[in-house]
Design a protein around this ligand. Structure first.
Ligand code: HEC
Ligand code: HEC
Length: 288
């Protein structure tokens, strides 16, 4: 079973990619010849992107451009990003990892009502929320080529997922029975468990001017209006994904202590916060 799963997955990928993908699936791997590429198998929802398999042509070009924009956001879009983050600083693995803010399936879920805006939002508007808050920047033209490239990338990683289906693993895995945070302990733990990568001053590290570890606070980080500036969200992200490569190893208490310390460090303000939750529905960890 274990051996055949990836092969079936590859066959499903071939279906999503059209004829070229099918040929690749049939010729590049050692698939038993009795596994037909027309076998109906549910596509694996979360899978890493193999850039070489993105189809040629204008749509494929947009998908590739979208992937570049989410992975090199501040370098590629300096007019729209006010810090030194990438979308993938928080949406780990290019939005393909469950419980790490995945984008898989989102094109089939939006437009969606959101209490923070008190309106039905399109996916482009939701992306722009992260430009204005998480990236401390400004919105993209919602119908321009850059936004369309990001949406094309999100659709590409969502191929095969049933429209309207909210996949398990959406967002971050919220911790049940949130503990009362101990900020002082969070500060101590930060020094031993996080500072080696993110810097003692939380400013991240850019050896030779190149992004390596993102800023957690200060001018180059997300602003107070960002989802990551909220206690429950930050704790869930940290618990599930940090230290990088060792997600799930911190206790819920430690994750809350760290989150409480980090979110209360200095960071840019967000003027638009006065318009949030206009019709109620404010979460318990709202900062304002
Ligand atoms: C500082 C961390 C951070 C960065 C950087 C960031 N985001 Fe987000 N993003 C979040 C958080 C937190 C959420 C809310 C997740 C939740 O609902 O639990 C979110 C939600 C989203 C959603 C909606 C997810 C859903 O399930 O409805 C989209 C789409 C999105 N971000 C796109 C982007 C894009 C595109 C960029 C880059 C321009 C970006 N984000 C940068 C933290 C970040
Ligand atoms: C081994 C290095 C490493 C360690 C240790 C580490 N991180 Fe990270 N962290 C990263 C990287 C790299 C990213 C961005 C992911 C990417 O670019 O793929 C990140 C992203 C983040 C983010 C979201 C992005 C941002 O700028 O806000 C937060 C929050 C975070 N880490 C918190 C922590 C906390 C808290 C700890 C300590 C428990 C920790 N990290 C330990 C490497 C590390």
């Amino acid at each position: 079973m274990n051996r055949s799963m990836p092969l079936l997955a590859l066959a499903a990928l071939g279906l999503g990619l059209g004829a070229a993908g099918c040929e690749r699936a049939a010729s590049d791997d050692a698939a038993p010849r009795n596994v037909s590429t027309t076998t109906v198998v549910p596509p694996p929802a979360f899978r890493p992107v193999n850039t070489e398999q993105i189809p040629e042509g204008p749509l494929g070009d947009a998908v590739r451009r979208g992937k570049l924009l989410v992975e090199r956001t501040y370098e590629e879009l300096p007019d729209h990003v006010g810090n030194e983050l990438h979308c993938t600083s928080c949406h780990i693995g290019g939005g393909t990892v469950p419980n790490a803010g995945p984008w898989v399936g989102l094109p089939g879920l939006f437009p969606e009502y959101r209490s923070r805006s008190g309106r039905v939002n399109t996916l482009a508007e939701r992306v722009n929320d992260c430009f204005e808050r998480s990236m401390n920047g400004t919105a993209l033209d919602p119908t321009g080529d850059d936004m369309n490239a990001i949406l094309a990338y999100m659709s590409y990683i969502s191929r095969g997922v049933e429209s309207g289906k909210s996949l398990p693993g959406r967002g971050f895995k919220k911790l049940e029975d949130p503990p009362t945070p101990d900020r002082q302990h969070g500060e101590e733990l930060y020094a031993t468990a996080c500072a080696s990568c993110h810097g003692a001053d939380g400013a991240g590290q850019k050896p030779g001017g190149v992004y390596a570890f993102p800023a957690l606070w200060g001018d180059q980080s997300f602003n107070v209006g960002a989802g990551m500036a909220r206690l429950d969200t930050a704790a869930a992200f940290i618990h599930g994904n940090m230290p990088l490569g060792a997600g799930g190893t911190l206790s819920p208490q430690d994750a809350y202590d760290l989150a409480d310390f980090i979110i209360h460090q200095p960071r840019p303000d967000f003027a638009g916060k006065v318009n949030d939750w206009p019709k109620g529905g404010k979460p318990r960890d709202a900062r304002y």
